[in-house]
Write a protein that binds this ligand. Structure first.
Ligand code: C6P
Length: 404
């Protein structure tokens, strides 16, 4: 059993008051809070070793380079990549997906097909639409049902030798549904397609094993898993990263530059042009260590309990509708109260110290499917408690009374 109060003491922000009330932070899907070890590690980097990496022979530059590469190694182990050079530092999931979509511009031809799902965040829709516009390829969409699950029989029908890349999220940010990605990956490979998994909402809750999944790309953000903002990882199989062209040109991604021709650096540097977020990359390793110390089994157990409790307690509210009722869910509840705009509930409960996200959650096609402008999304982390869920329920009831 996790000692939640002890864990909460690791997160200084959680003892804050907001609008005069104790903060109840249920917007973990947008970004997680940061433990003191992560905050300290950022300060320590700037106090003790701040220098540019891969560039200088001087001691600080070497210390910074070592720390950065040690962190890359931690990520490699965490996601079970085969090689450290398959792990690219990025600024987040959005960057990683755009990097791959941009690279596929040199692969796709008119008539080729890209498959996305109805459950995607805009970050995993728009780059592929842009790619299709550029190349003449066609975007196909796996439909969803009323429970918020993908209709896998329809996915099977979309696959063909024309499919060049399938790109789906591991877990939906708007509904919390866990997608059957192993099946999706294996089926795509049967027709020779590559697969990208958007793991942004998965990594705070589970440890992906990219070799067991056999995905070709796996993108995620550091800030959703206790790490700093502006950090992220794109995992890519060596064979694919060698095949794709660089995304950005600049310093560090080259072997040799002349005005006639430039040759590119080996992996991973070919994709890491310019000075990166060095402190962020290093401290992402600290965040991963922190989460592994708590243990992902413990995290999942605690979050599942919170999900079950919140589902039961919120269901007591009259005229509530919860979206995404699949059994396969992580600790996210998206809901609406009949006749009340989600934004109004969000604004009132904020005055009571409760932070939730309201709106379309950058997943407008899901909202269009349910014919709603948006939802109220409460997304829980391992440091949340049942008492906080009680506070949410009371606050929503109060808002409902005020607004009806
Ligand atoms: N979702 C949310 O509140 P970035 O912004 O690059 O770190 O992550 C983008 C992204 C991509 N895919 C999924 C599934 C996501 O959930 C997100 C970010 C946040 O749901 C902010 S919009």
């Amino acid at each position: 059993m996790l000692d939640i109060q002890k864990i909460r003491a690791d997160f200084p922000i959680l003892s804050q008051k907001v609008n005069g009330k104790p903060l109840v932070y249920f917007d973990n899907g947008a970004t997680s809070q940061k433990p003191q070890v992560v905050i300290d590690a950022i300060a320590k980097y700037y106090q003790e070793i701040n220098a540019n990496i891969h560039r200088g022979v001087h001691t600080l530059s070497q210390l910074a380079t070592d720390a950065y590469e040690i962190s890359r190694g931690k990520v490699k182990n965490h996601i079970n990549a085969k090689y450290a050079h398959e792990v690219l530092f990025t600024s987040g999931t959005t960057f990683g997906i755009n990097l791959v979509a941009n690279g596929f511009a040199s692969i796709l031809k008119p008539g080729d097909e890209v498959i996305v799902s109805s459950l995607e965040h805009h970050s995993n829709i728009v780059p592929w639409q842009m790619l299709c516009e550029k190349t003449g390829a066609t975007l196909k969409v796996i439909p969803m049902d009323e429970n918020g699950e993908l209709i896998i029989a329809e996915y099977d029908k979309l696959l063909s030798p024309k499919t060049k890349i399938v790109t789906v999220n591991h877990i939906s940010n708007a509904l919390g549904i866990i997608n059957p990605i192993k099946y999706i990956i294996d089926k795509a490979h049967e027709v020779g397609s590559a697969v990208l998994i958007d793991g942004a909402q998965a990594v705070p809750h589970l440890k992906p094993d990219v070799q067991a999944l056999d995905c070709d790309f796996y993108a995620f953000s550091g800030h959703k898993m206790c790490g700093p903002t502006g950090t992220g990882i794109l995992y890519g199989k060596e064979v694919w990263l060698n095949k794709l062209p660089p995304y950005q040109g600049g310093g560090e991604m080259i072997k040799e530059v002349t005005f006639e021709k430039t040759t590119y650096a080996d992996l991973p540097h070919k994709f890491e042009a310019g000075t990166p977020h060095i402190a962020g990359g290093i401290v992402l390793g600290t965040a991963i260590d922190y989460m592994n110390e708590i243990g992902f089994e413990n995290i999942q157990k605690q979050e599942l309990e919170l999900l079950e409790y919140a589902t039961k307690r919120l269901s007591e509210i009259d005229d509530i509708r919860i979206y995404g009722t699949s059994e396969n869910k992580t600790s996210v509840i998206s809901f609406n109260i009949d006749g009340i705009h989600p934004y109004d509930i969000g604004t009132i409960i904020d005055k009571l110290g409760i932070a939730v996200r309201t709106g379309h959650h950058c997943a407008q096609p899901i909202m269009n499917f349910f014919c709603i402008p948006g939802t109220i999304r409460a997304s829980f982390s391992f440091y949340n408690t049942k008492e906080e869920i009680d506070a949410l329920v009371e606050a929503v009831k109060k808002a409902q009374m005020m607004l009806s």
